[in-house]
Each structure stands twice: as structure tokens, then as C-alpha cells.
Ligand binder design. Structure first.
Ligand code: FAD
Length: 319
């Protein structure tokens, strides 16, 4: 792809939001590592997003949606193409209550409530919203730093709950740049994945929440945040759990039992607090993190015959 003046002017004219060229992704990933993306663009509306994607498809420009980049690293050689951040799509509202045609006041306040959130809304934003509105169902997302779009793509979860349990439908831009809504029953959720065709962009979702007691919801959220502070190395930059948990034994426990806690390459280190976190102790490079990942995979494979699969997404080119 040639990023010449004409290309820059063309895509710059398609959005009202920011367009960054040669943007160091270390400035955007939660782990603080990664090379430059040719372009990082922030459409302000779904209409702008649609226009952009239609253009990229026509011109065969590689592109990839990103959320808060909390489960993503870009290799040190950077990403050749356009990363599309949906950060500006932030609508969050109550859409309606699923009530029978005739209902009592008691039923009105006991009913299930549909909350619509655009892809750029942060999961913590929905958690705060649901506390304010006394809605229960999203508490498990407290402390997960992703966005609605990235969260759904990853089927983010904790405490034995996942986004698949609360989602009603997902709005997407399909691989032909057409807007569509997919109902829950047709969404192929898996453990830490929503298996949509490559190139699909999630633009928003309806969630099914239940009216509850604000104090109870707030209490549950506070307990979760406290438990996370205790278990996770939150003082350092990371991308959360690096590996998926294979059935039977958590990846962090296997890493700990293999004596790998504290393993350091450059400024990247396996956290002494939690074996499934790699933390950036200063100026880590994506290459340092990937070297640790490869070392862990080799050791666990040779000792246990299990290949740990990464939960973390790694994109871009090597240096
Ligand atoms: C401290 C910490 C704690 C964490 N704890 C948890 C946890 O408890 N549970 C958990 O599940 N995760 C956890 N994570 C990981 C991460 O926050 C989640 O996976 C989150 O859902 C990723 O969202 P994101 O917006 O950052 O996505 P990104 O990292 O930006 O992207 C992740 C993937 O989703 C794709 N994607 C992003 N947006 C879209 C979109 N709109 N449409 C289609 N595809 C898209 C990207 O291309 C990429 O493949 C944690 C991370 C950190 C740093």
C-alpha cells in the first residue's frame, strides 16, 4: 500500500475525527509496546466508518478494527495498513424494557432492560452506567479495561461470566461494508472469541440487564475491584492474561509450577504476582514480550504436552 499525499488527503477528507500517520502503537496499547501503524484513524460515526471501509475494500487496503488495545500488541516492525479505532462511537442508552402490554408499576421496575452501547463505550463505562441506573448483569466486567467492540470480539469474561451471557444482539458492519444486526442465537461465541468472518466490525450491541438494588450492584462491583487489586499486578502495564486457560488447569498456575515467574527479557517480565501476566517494567519492546511467550509455550509443551494458546492478539510485522 502506498501512503502518499493523495491517499492521506483522500482518507483525511472522509472523516471528521482524528487521522494519525506513522503512529507509534506503544502510545495506545495498554502494555505500552509496539511499532508504528501506517494509519490510525478515528471515525466519528458509523456512516464515516462505512464510507472508509467501502473505500478500503475497493482499494484493497488492509485494515483492522481496534478498541482500547488492552488485549493487543503490534510487533516492533509496525502494522502496514489502517487501524480503525472506534473510540469515538460512544452512545450508551436504555432502549426499552421488555414488558408485557399491560404491566403494574412493580413489574415495570422488576423487568429486564435493554441497554444499547456503541463499540467505543468502555466496559467500565457500562458498569458505571448500570450502577447509576440500578441495573444488574454487567458487574463481572468491573476492572476489565476493554471496549464494547473489543470485549465482544474477545467474549471478555471473569468470575465465570462472559459477555455472551448478557448480550441480546450485536450490530456489525459486515465484510461487504453493510450494516446488519445479529441476534444472540446466531452469534458464534466461544471461549475468549466471537467467531465472526475476518473483516467484520462490531459497531454496537444491545445488552439484556435486570433491574436490581443499586447498593447490591455497587457492593458486588467494589468486591470485584478489590479482588482484582489483590490478584493482578495492576501497578505495571500489561495486556491482562496472556494465555487462554486450557481445560483443567489455569495457565498462570502451570507457568508458576514451571518456575517461570519472574522470567525477564529486556524490560518485559512474567509477573511475580500472577503467572499469566507479562508486565512492562519500563521500556519493553513487543519482541521482548513475544520472546517470553515463545519460551513459555516451549517449556509447557515439553513438560506437560500442552500448547498454551495466546489470548493476547499479536499483529503486524517483525523488525
Ligand atoms: C489489567 C487487565 C485486566 C484484564 N482482565 C481481563 C479479564 O478479566 N477478562 C477478559 O476477558 N479480558 C481481560 N483483559 C483483556 C482485555 O481487556 C479484554 O480482552 C478486552 O475485551 C479487550 O478489549 P479492547 O477494546 O481493548 O480490544 P483490543 O485489544 O483493542 O482488540 C482485541 C481484539 O478485538 C478486535 N476488535 C477490537 N474492536 C473490535 C470491533 N469493534 N469489531 C471487531 N473486532 C474488534 C481487535 O482487532 C483485536 O483482535 C484485561 C486486560 C488488562 C490490561
Amino acid at each position: 500500500m502506498i501512503i502518499d499525499r493523495q491517499f492521506r488527503d483522500k482518507i483525511g477528507g472522509m472523516v471528521t475525527g482524528k487521522v494519525l500517520f506513522d503512529e507509534p502503537m506503544s502510545m495506545h496499547t495498554s502494555m505500552g509496546v509496539g511499532g508504528k501503524s501506517d494509519v490510525l484513524i478515528f471515525p466519528d460515526t458509523v456512516r464515516e466508518l462505512k464510507r472508509l471501509v467501502s473505500f478500503f475494500l475497493r482499494e484493497e487496503v488492509p485494515f483492522l478494527p481496534v478498541g482500547n488495545c488492552t488485549n493487543l500488541i503490534v510487533r516492533d516492525g509496525g502494522y502496514r495498513g489502517v487501524l480503525i479505532s472506534l473510540e469515538a462511537l460512544r452512545r450508551l442508552e436504555i432502549r426499552g424494557q421488555n414488558l408485557p402490554r399491560k404491566f403494574t408499576l412493580k413489574e415495570k421496575y422488576a423487568g429486564s432492560v435493554c441497554v444499547y452501547a456503541q463499540a467505543g463505550v468502555s466496559l467500565s463505562g457500562i458498569v458505571e452506567f448500570s450502577i447509576r441506573e440500578s441495573l444488574s448483569g454487567m458487574e463481572f466486567c468491573a476492572g476489565i479495561p476493554g471496549s464494547v467492540g473489543g470485549g465482544l470480539k474477545m467474549n471478555a469474561g471473569a468470575w465465570e461470566e462472559e459477555l455472551k451471557d448478557v448480550v441480546k444482539s450485536v450490530s456489525i458492519l459486515d465484510t461487504g461494508a453493510k450494516t446488519r444486526e445479529i441476534k444472540r442465537k446466531d452469534l458464534p461465541f466461544e471461549y475468549r472469541n466471537l467467531d465472526l468472518p475476518e473483516g467484520t466490525i462490531i459497531t454496537g450491541a444491545d445488552f439484556h440487564l435486570i433491574r436490581g438494588s443499586r447498593n447490591e450492584i455497587q457492593g458486588k462491583v467494589s468486591d470485584i475491584i478489590a479482588a482484582r487489586r489483590e490478584k493482578h499486578p495492576l501497578a505495571y502495564r500489561s495486556a491482562g492474561s496472556v494465555f487462554k486457560n486450557p481445560p483443567g488447569c489455569p495457565a498462570g498456575k502451570m507457568i508458576e509450577e514451571a518456575g517461570l515467574k519472574g522470567l525477564r527479557v529486556g524490560d518485559a517480565e512474567i509477573s511475580g504476582k500472577h503467572g499469566n501476566f507479562i508486565v512492562n517494567m519500563g521500556n519493553a519492546k513487543a519482541g521482548d514480550v513475544i520472546t517470553i511467550i515463545n519460551t513459555v509455550q516451549k517449556k509447557i509443551l515439553s513438560e506437560r504436552g500442552i500448547l498454551l494458546e495466546t489470548e493476547l492478539k499479536i499483529i503486524g510485522n517483525e523488525l
